[in-house]
Design a protein around this ligand. Structure first.
Ligand SMILES: [Zn+2]
Length: 219
């Protein structure tokens, strides 16, 4: 078994942000939309402190939603097949991610744990972190993001199994609506051996749990 604690400082960021572009509004139109929102909340978009805000918001969005410009399966295609027969579980844990919920466009911040049981191919560990990032930097619901990460790894590496656990706090719950700070949601998606073999699943869960009492590590 290989367990690696992710170092978020070393993660690369996809910055191309370009979608297919066909029906996409212009940057000026996007900035005008931010101006409209500022006006709508009761602000004066022409006061000095807000003059450059639409520009800054649009620039921030390019970074926060850069995932639309990256192809997660493409990230995984550089694999290594010279594994000297290594066929034990590979686990990458505590990968911090920042996403946004598609219902409110508010931050969803958490940590992910990813494991797979290699068959013939392994992939560089930074690639697993980048796959999480590519899906996180989009509007998401946590359940779908969990399944997307697992399916991308399964499709490209064709391992004997994949497991993904995400735990995250949703700011749409902590800052508005029901106002429940400190609540986190945990989702998991298991494929292959992690689904069918209780021992494999348990081995994975024991590696990503903080204690023996079943709690996943803190987001
Ligand atoms: Zn929400």
């Amino acid at each position: 078994m290989t367990v690696t604690d992710a170092d978020p400082g070393k993660r690369e960021t996809e910055t191309n942000g370009a979608g297919d572009g066909s029906a996409r509004p212009s940057r000026d139109e996007a900035e005008a939309a931010v101006r409209t929102l500022l006006h709508w909340i009761g602000e004066d978009p022409d006061r000095e402190g807000l003059l450059d805000t639409p520009k800054r918001v649009v620039k921030a969005y390019e970074e926060l939603f850069a995932g639309y410009g990256s192809d997660p399966e493409e990230i995984l295609t550089r694999t290594f097949s010279e594994t000297e027969g290594y066929d034990e579980m590979v686990i990458l844990r505590d990968i911090r991610f920042e996403s946004h919920c598609e219902h409110h466009m508010l931050p969803v911040i958490g940590r992910g744990h990813v494991a797979y049981l290699p068959d013939r191919r392994v992939v560089g560990i930074s690639k697993l972190a980048r796959v999480i990032e590519a899906y996180a930097k989009r509007l998401q619901i946590q359940e779908r993001m969990t399944a997307q990460i697992a399916n991308a790894i399964q499709n490209v590496l064709e391992p004997k199994g994949v497991a993904v656990v995400l735990r995250a706090a949703h700011q749409c719950m902590t800052c508005r609506g029901v106002h429940k700070p400190g609540v986190t949601m945990t989702t998991s998606h298991m494929i292959g051996a992690f689904r069918s073999n209780p021992a494999t699943r348990q081995e994975f869960l024991s590696m990503v749990c903080d204690s023996g009492r079943g709690g996943y590590s803190e987001a």
